[in-house]
Design a protein around this ligand. Structure first.
Ligand SMILES: Cc1ncc(COP(=O)(O)O)c(C=O)c1O
Length: 444
């Protein structure tokens, strides 16, 4: 089958293969070519493709009630998913979850929730949201403004609201010229500096990814970073929003990425793995005080989307979480992640592999021009895309990204396979990636 003529594609010049079927960690195109889904799409597919239990849940919900509007009804699927998420949460104080259709919508909703909370808490001037450079929070204009990917932001700057950004916690490229041994978490202290400059009474929240995904490639902060961030947020009475769209629901080998450091955020944003890609689904989980303040104040969150709390989507989300629990897939992500990181160590001998990092089945490989100085490639070379297309040709799907250095430069490859992947499939995946990188090196 030819790609069709009436779809507006993401890349208008690219000829995309046509996806035909998928199962487990594999996808096949209409020419019969097999691909290992080494990145779960864009870090989405956590339980594997075409799991029958999810189809059953989908059909059951479809036969009962596929759609009702959240202004008219609640539904048992949303209630079950809320309960399951409460059980998985870092702390029992995170009591309520607001359901949406994806990550960007969930980020926007979290920001609006915080804004409304502060108004109803009698502090309407606390409206600013601080975020970090080299981060990604979505492509809607509010979320893109919060993100720190300069190349993506630059197209839309004139229509953004200005928001403050601080340095990322990026040890391989420390903005403070420290090493992990000498570092005193200056990148965390920068939040305090920024709050003071902006005026603590004007800052409502800080948002960040526990482990940075799309813009920097599984960048894990130094231990202590998140604890310091939490302490600063407490000190200045600022809500902490963990953007767990990539890192949540087991991806980092814990229920949520932030669990790696035992920190409790005030809001958690999630999507992707929440439905493992079986349906568009996002969510914001909030601490009880946020819910109670609005409940006892105006009583209404001045917000809403047509597909919020969608019965079919929440039934699928609940089935995915049940499947994860019944098959101990969070633990599997942790164990297989350790195996993957060990195997990826083989790539460190390659000339252009500068850093390999990650947590659980969430791994980043940073590509550099010079390993000693960490010098990056010219952006025009699009080394990340070259490696990803070499891998794709060989039947391995990866998620290439850029912008870690300064929002524009810096190349990486993200791997985030389904948690059901086995050791042999990991070996094949790493071997394919190695060959792909070698092929690019040979052309330089
Ligand atoms: C951390 C993070 N937040 C938000 C988003 C936006 O999610 P969506 O693409 O579902 O709108 C993404 C997407 O990659 C993400 O990685």
């Amino acid at each position: 089958m030819e790609a069709c003529n009436h779809v507006f594609y993401r890349n208008l010049r690219k000829i995309y293969p046509v996806a035909d079927r998928a199962e487990g960690v594999y996808i096949w195109d209409t020419d019969g070519k097999q691909y290992i889904d080494g990145s779960g799409g864009a870090c989405v597919v956590s339980i594997g493709h075409c799991v029958p239990e999810i189809l059953n849940a989908m059909q059951t919900q479809f036969k009962r009630v596929p759609f009702v509007h959240s202004s008219h009804f609640t539904n048992p699927a949303a209630c079950e998913l809320g309960d399951l998420l409460h059980q998985m949460a870092p702390d029992e104080s995170l009591t309520r979850t607001y359901f949406l259709s994806g990550g960007s919508e969930a980020v926007e909703s979290a920001v609006k929730l915080v804004r409304q909370y502060w108004r109803e808490a009698g502090q309407p001037d606390k409206y600013k949201v601080i975020s970090r450079w080299s981060s990604f929070h979505g492509n809607t204009t509010g979320a893109l403004a919060l993100g720190g990917h300069t190349a993506r932001r630059s197209h839309y700057m004139p229509i953004f609201q200005h928001t403050p950004h601080i340095e990322p916690a990026y040890c391989y490229r420390c903005g403070f010229k420290e090493t992990p041994e000498t570092c005193d978490l200056q990148c965390a202290d920068e939040l305090e500096r920024c709050i003071k400059h902006e005026g603590p009474d004007s800052v409502g929240a800080f948002i960040a990814e526990p482990v940075v995904g799309a813009t920097a490639g599984a960048v894990v902060p130094k231990d202590g970073y998140w604890q310091r961030i939490r302490q600063i947020c407490n000190q200045y009475d600022i809500k902490l929003i963990a953007d767990e769209v990539m890192t949540g629901i087991g991806r980092c080998g814990r229920n949520f990425g932030i669990d790696l450091w035992g920190v409790v955020p005030d809001l958690i944003v999630m999507a992707k793995g929440l439905s493992s890609g079986y349906t568009p689904l996002g969510a914001v989980m909030v601490k009880d005080d946020i819910h109670e303040t609005i409940k006892n104040g105006s009583g209404v969150f001045v917000h809403g989307h047509t597909y919020g709390q969608n019965p079919l989507s929440t039934a699928i989300g609940a089935a995915v979480l049940r499947y994860i629990q019944e098959n101990a897939l969070v633990e599997r992500s942790r164990n297989m992640g350790a195996y993957l990181m060990d195997k990826l160590g083989d790539l460190s001998a390659l000339d252009i592999v500068g850093d390999i990092r990650g947590q659980g089945l969430f791994a980043g490989i940073e590509l550099v021009r010079d390993k000693a100085s960490h010098a990056w490639f010219d952006r025009d070379l699009k080394i990340n895309i070259q490696v990803a297309s070499q891998a794709f040709q060989r039947g391995l799907i990866t998620y290439p990204g850029s912008g870690g250095v300064d929002g524009i430069h810096g190349d990486h490859i993200l791997l985030a396979p389904p948690f059901t992947i086995d050791e042999e499939q990991i070996d094949t995946m790493v071997d394919m990636l190695k060959r792909a990188i070698r092929a690019v090196e040979n052309q330089l």
